[in-house]
Unconditional design. Structure first.
Ligand code: NAD
Length: 295
């Protein structure tokens, strides 16, 4: 039997409706809406699309979003000065700096200049450290969104053998930490891994974030596996392709995410959830555990 498709777009819409209802209730009680500042340096076309999607999603749920579109030549110190201003701004709960940044700007300096309570991307070492210590606050959006997508399968993740392909600070590494917290036995694969097919064959749960089109061959997939494809590769013909051979993998797996329409919408929704969380912490002065709003 072919795999069930994990429809991230549909699940994201359901969660967004809950977020909208929560925000509407706070506003009806006389509070200001949550505020998100999005900073984009330069005009990378892919980044422009991501930023636009995030802005539209904010509008849909009632988050005020302010875009700062900056020159690619802006000095690092000026960018940090803007972030400092936003760190102190009373109407802003979340700050997001769209990556990548131009080469003359040190990405780590920028990430660390964001106040951890407003770090809605979850990239600050404080937030990553909280996740590593199994006590997360603001969680990196893509792995957070994937955990919520997995919840909808109602499969008990405890004890599953999970393989994560890709170990970046923004996707693969926090994904490994999330899965450890969930009780999986975890294998990390990266560019230097010598036997990728073996690690894939062993995986009950396979998460691929390598940025390499159709890197994972369908025949490597363990029958009945759950496959989460994070990869988004734009081909010369304009088509968007994942990191997994979709059709072949679908015929062996139990669940699989499509590209597009799988992980992407869940990532954006996790950003909204994080912004609502930051708003509750900073504006409403409550400190809930970070959970998607449908929990
Ligand atoms: P990255 O380039 O920072 O990291 C890639 C990782 O994959 C590295 O750890 C690298 O060692 C590993 N890798 C690369 N080629 C490999 C190979 N042949 N075998 C094994 N490992 C390999 O990338 P990233 O920022 O983590 O993004 C990964 C992919 O996920 C990209 O396609 C990106 O567009 C996509 N992405 C999607 C979303 C979403 O919401 N859907 C969010 C973030 C990133």
């Amino acid at each position: 039997m072919p795999a069930q498709i994990l429809n991230g777009k549909r699940i994201a819409e359901q969660i967004q409706q809950h977020i909208r209802a929560r925000i509407d209730a706070h506003v009806a009680n006389g509070h200001r809406p949550p505020g998100l500042a999005v900073i984009m340096v330069g005009n990378d076309p892919a980044s422009e699309i991501y930023v636009r999607n995030k802005h539209l999603a904010c509008e849909k749920v009632g988050i005020f979003s302010q875009l700062y579109q900056l020159s690619p030549l802006i000095p690092e110190a000026s960018l940090i000065a803007l972030i400092d201003e936003l760190n102190a701004a009373p109407n802003i709960d979340g700050i997001l700096v769209q990556l990548p940044l131009p080469a003359h700007i040190d990405r780590q300096n920028i990430i660390e200049s964001i106040r951890p309570e407003k770090d809605v991307d979850g990239f600050h070492p404080y937030n990553l450290g909280r996740l590593a210590q199994q006590s997360p606050l603001l969680r990196p959006c893509t792995p957070f969104g994937i955990m919520e997508l997995l919840k909808t399968t109602e499969i008990d993740l405890k004890g599953l053998t999970a393989t994560v392909v890709g170990t970046s600070n923004i996707v693969g590494l926090p994904m490994l930490l999330e899965l450890l917290i969930a009780g999986c036995t975890v294998t990390a694969c990266h560019r230097l891994t010598t036997n990728l097919p073996l690690a894939v064959q062993n995986a009950d749960l396979l998460i691929v974030a390598a940025g390499s089109p159709e890197l994972i061959k369908g025949e490597w997939v363990k029958p009945g596996a759950i496959i989460i494809d994070v990869g988004m590769n734009r081909m010369d013909n304009g088509q968007l392709v994942g990191d997994v051979e979709f059709e072949q993998a679908k015929s062996r797996a139990a669940y699989i995410t499509p590209v597009p329409g799988g992980v992407g919408p869940m990532t954006v929704t996790a950003l909204l959830t994080n912004t609502l969380y930051a708003y509750k912490t900073l504006h409403l002065k409550t400190s809930p555990i970070v959970k998607m709003e449908n929990q």
